[in-house]
Design a protein around this ligand. Structure first.
Ligand code: NAI
Length: 330
């Protein structure tokens, strides 16, 4: 199949080209994101392969249909950026990578928690400058603390297992109670209990109309003073303005983000020569108890291998008319 890859970087072309030897598709790597301006670039291809911040709204999908695109292969798990109803109406199938190393994201969640708590980012800079003072670097033992996980799917459960290893009490909420909750020793609670009990809250649910801004001024009011909030899922789970107010009032004492609701205009690019225009993002950066990474939680060699081989297999299954086990339906 001839596939146009949008939003690609060097590591995408390296991994996909290497693994494609076994699949033999024709891959065309484009750096630009998919949107209404770039959709005509799909001309002459059979499928497009897109990532988390590419836009596949109705207008874009109509253009892709005009270019006779039959398949959208998401090289990620989330699919909130695709209008699935419009795709189905236009006869475009959508496939994704439902599971790839959940350890990559769960371990990055721990990296954010440990860095914020033990302030290793600040200690690194101090020691480099010959400053060995400890003022301001005091953390707390994770052992015995209560961690609340919202979303107990693949990543939430792996995160729970790691936290149990630290001796934490783990409370969890999900719209569906997973069978593994009991064996992992997770206390399954309602959201209000989770907010009231947790010293650290970490988000592991998808972005849906129900979870949009699940962290807002009302839910923040129900949390413990001094709570640590972690989001490695999708930016729009958090109302950023509300969380900035909570940081200013010291209700939230630590914020770790791998995702941001307006990240599409920033992440995956080197903006170091630009003036960043997003004032809300810049306000977040001004707090020394806020740690932001640019959507890198998935970015391990193990996860990339999984993403690449499942994506290429999804494309082959479509080409060969096989059942699409990773199809996303409206
Ligand atoms: P999953 O599908 O295995 O688990 C998601 C869980 O959230 C499910 O158990 C589901 O029942 C639950 N859920 C759905 N709606 C909910 C609600 N309203 N309240 C509470 N729970 C709800 O997905 P997985 O693999 O664990 O991934 C979780 C999220 O992590 C993805 O949706 C994606 O947004 C994000 N992600 C982020 C990455 C990164 O690089 N930062 C990489 C991969 C995923």
């Amino acid at each position: 199949m001839k596939v146009a890859f949008f939003s690609t970087r060097k590591y995408d072309s390296q991994y996909f080209s290497q693994y494609n030897a076994a699949y033999n598709h024709e891959l065309n790597f484009l750096e630009v994101p998919l949107n209404s301006h770039t959709a005509p670039l799909a001309k002459g291809h059979d499928a497009v392969c897109i990532f988390v911040n590419d836009q596949a709204n109705e207008e874009v999908l109509q253009e892709l249909a005009r270019q006779e695109i039959k398949l959208i292969a998401l090289r990620c798990a989330g699919f909130n950026n695709v209008d699935l109803k419009a795709a189905a109406a236009l006869g475009i199938k959508v496939v994704r990578v439902p599971a790839y190393s959940p350890y990559s994201v769960a371990e990055h969640t721990l990296a954010l928690i440990l860095t914020l708590n033990r302030k290793t980012h600040r200690a690194y800079n101090r020691v480099k400058e010959g400053n060995f003072a400890l003022n301001g670097l005091m953390g707390f033992d994770l052992h015995g603390r209560t961690i609340g996980l919202i979303g107990l799917g693949k990543i939430g459960l792996v995160t729970a297992g790691i936290l149990k290893g630290f001796g934490c009490k783990v409370v969890g909420y999900d719209i569906a109670r997973p069978a593994e909750a009991d064996s992992l020793g997770i206390d399954f609670v309602d959201l209000d209990t989770l907010y009231a009990q947790s010293d650290i809250i970490s988000l592991h649910c998808p972005l849906t109309p129900d979870t949009y801004h699940i962290i807002n001024s009302k839910s923040l009011a129900k949390m413990k003073k001094g709570v640590m909030l972690i989001n490695t899922s999708r930016g729009a789970l958090i109302d950023t303005k509300a969380v900035i107010s909570a940081l200013k009032s010291e209700k939230v004492s630590y914020l770790g983000l791998d995702v941001y609701e307006e990240e599409a205009a920033l992440f995956f690019e080197d903006k170091s020569e630009n003036v960043i225009q997003d004032d809300i993002f810049m306000r977040l950066l001004s707090f020394n108890n806020v740690l932001i990474t640019g959507h890198q939680a998935f970015f391990t060699s193990d996860a990339m291998q999984g993403i690449v081989s499942v994506t290429l297999q999804n494309i082959s299954d479509f080409e060969e008319g096989k059942a699409l086990k990773n199809q996303v339906l409206p």
